[in-house]
Write a protein that binds this ligand. Structure first.
Ligand code: AMP
Length: 192
């Protein structure tokens, strides 16, 4: 199976590139942000808890997030060719848990695709998305918090994965299709 983490700051293009990767490689998509937004929309208890963190740009606590991921993995289709993890892990404990969960199922992580985009561009993209889609956490105040949280809690994962030799650095600036070509080339290399 092909199990990939799509890694990058908020606004780096994880959602957009996930769709393209799914189309080409037939992977199952797990976007923890989407799972949480669905719960908020449906007004569930989990949604209410999630909203109190997301609206401030904070991360959902690891224990809760790991439970959610475990559930998502349980509902994987049996004939799955693999999974693309979009927005998970975001902390070292989440990364450790993901490795554990995969190995319990006789699986492992094929690679971590890291989309690298300069900060001004990230802010511009999120403001544009907020204006176009009305996504609630794409406002200036929350965006700045999300970036701070990214640098403090999520960016250290890059070194974690570099140490394991699984981090694939991708220039996330430019045309969507060109970025996707670089990703596909890197995935095909990893698959060999
Ligand atoms: P995303 O759609 O991936 O940008 O996620 C939107 C928001 O959902 C984040 O800013 C976090 O508040 C929350 N979230 C999504 N994934 C995670 C995760 N793996 N750990 C903690 N919080 C998360």
């Amino acid at each position: 199976m092909l199990n990939l983490v799509l890694f990058g700051a908020p606004g780096s293009g994880k959602g957009t590139q996930s769709e393209k990767i799914i189309d080409k490689y037939g992977l199952h998509h797990i976007s923890t942000g989407e799972v949480l937004r669905k719960q908020i929309k449906e007004g569930t208890e989990l949604g209410k808890i999630a909203d109190s963190y997301i609206s401030k740009g904070h991360l959902i606590p690891d224990d809760l997030m790991i439970d959610i991921l475990r559930q998502e993995l349980k509902s994987l289709p049996k004939e799955s060719k693999g999974v693309i993890f979009d927005g998970f892990p975001r902390t070292i404990p989440q990364a450790v848990e993901l490795e554990k969960l995969l190995s319990e199922n006789g699986e492992s992580l094929t690679g971590v695709v890291g989309l690298e985009v300069p900060e001004e561009e990230l802010v511009a993209r999120m403001l544009k998305r907020g204006a176009e889609t009305g996504r609630a956490d794409d406002n200036m105040e929350t965006i700045l918090n999300r970036l701070k949280v990214y640098h403090n809690q999520t960016e250290p994962l890059k070194e974690h994965y570099q140490g394991k030799g699984s981090y694939i650095q991708i220039d996330g600036l430019g045309h969507v299709d060109n970025i996707f070509s670089s990703i596909a080339k890197a995935i095909d290399e990893k698959k060999k």
